[in-house]
Design a protein around this ligand. Structure first.
Ligand code: BDR
Ligand code: CA
Length: 306
């Protein structure tokens, strides 16, 4: 499978890249970066550093520096000032490409129609911008897997919203409305259940890079959840792209709440048990193409693979 990764590295983004690098069936064709966990300049430097560490010779394109319609907000409390838990290290030796991440996504999709899949593990600003550059993106891409959303569980940044969708609700809604035929959303409903305990961390050699960067992330999750360990959101989305049988899904039409006072950025679907003749009718995203939202996953199998 040939994929483009759009990410905001980010400690779990970094772990997702390590995971993907270890998969024989996956070829990473290009990486795009986006604001989110850290400003996009930092995310780009981190993506370059990670490609160097992983001996991954792929173009890295710098993407959107801010959301479509709200001010930039970042999450250094979760990922550290440098986005890699204080272990970003030296300046990268490589440089980003000349095109933006949105241009790169649109161009690669045009050059390889129906051949490339997209793994989006940051805010969806670049994907929304790529749709403006190339409205045929939904037909040109093969599979799309997005990490984001909290459908039937609490949010992780506001009471109702998950971070990636909250960082750019307008972009997320444009992506859900775009008509991607094979769109899978991996949200907190499954990622929070894939909590990797301290014993999992203890199996990693002390001096390996993932172990070092995960220390900061595990400290954050330890205080947030009151138990030792961390939540591998982005690696689970990567694993589900590679192996869709790892999860089960609720198939529906989805939208992002854009105006709610307490719910802005929340993913919503009309999940009522409504008879077709009900006078109330359906009220959410009725025109949209269906997408799959992961509701259960084989967490033991995933953590073992990871
Ligand atoms: C998502 O937000 C970021 O903190 C992580 O990298 C992940 O993509 C989880 O809500
Ligand atoms: Ca991320």
């Amino acid at each position: 499978m040939r994929i483009i990764v759009d990410a905001d590295p980010g400690i779990d983004d970094a772990l997702a890249l390590y995971y993907l690098r270890a998969q024989r069936e996956i070829e990473i064709v290009a990486i795009g970066t986006v604001h989110g966990n850290v400003p996009v300049q930092q995310a780009t430097a981190n993506a370059l550093r990670l490609t160097e560490r992983l001996n991954l010779d792929v173009p890295v394109a710098m993407g959107a520096a801010k959301p479509l319609a709200q001010p930039l907000k970042t999450a250094e409390d979760v990922h550290g000032q440098d986005g890699l838990g204080g272990h970003a290290g030296d300046e990268p030796k490589t440089v980003p490409t000349n095109e933006s991440a949105a241009e790169q996504l649109a161009n690669k999709a045009r050059e390889n129609p129906e051949e490339l899949s997209l793994l989006a593990i940051g805010p969806l600003t670049n994907v929304a911008l790529a749709l403006q550059i190339e409205p045929r993106l939904p037909e040109l891409l093969d599979k799309v897997v997005v990490m984001g959303g909290a459908l039937n569980v609490p949010g992780n940044i506001t009471s109702h919203a998950e971070a990636n969708f909250w960082h750019d609700p307008e972009a997320a809604d444009l992506v859900l409305a775009a008509g991607f035929e094979d769109l899978t959303i991996v949200g907190l409903d499954v990622t929070m259940e894939s909590h990797a305990p301290q014993e999992w961390l203890d199996t990693l050699p002390d001096d390996c890079y993932p172990r070092r960067i995960l220390g900061f992330y595990a400290d954050f999750y330890g205080s947030f959840l009151g138990k030792k360990g961390f939540v591998p959101h982005d690696p689970l989305a990567a694993a589900i792209l590679l192996d869709p049988g790892l999860a089960s899904y609720h198939e529906d039409r989805f939208a992002i709440e854009l105006t709610g006072r307490y719910t802005r950025g929340k993913i919503v679907a009309d999940q009522r048990f409504l008879a077709p003749e009900s006078p109330f009718g359906r009220d959410i995203a009725t025109e949209r193409t269906k997408a799959k939202y992961a509701v259960t996953a084989d967490h033991a199998r995933f953590l073992d693979q990871l």
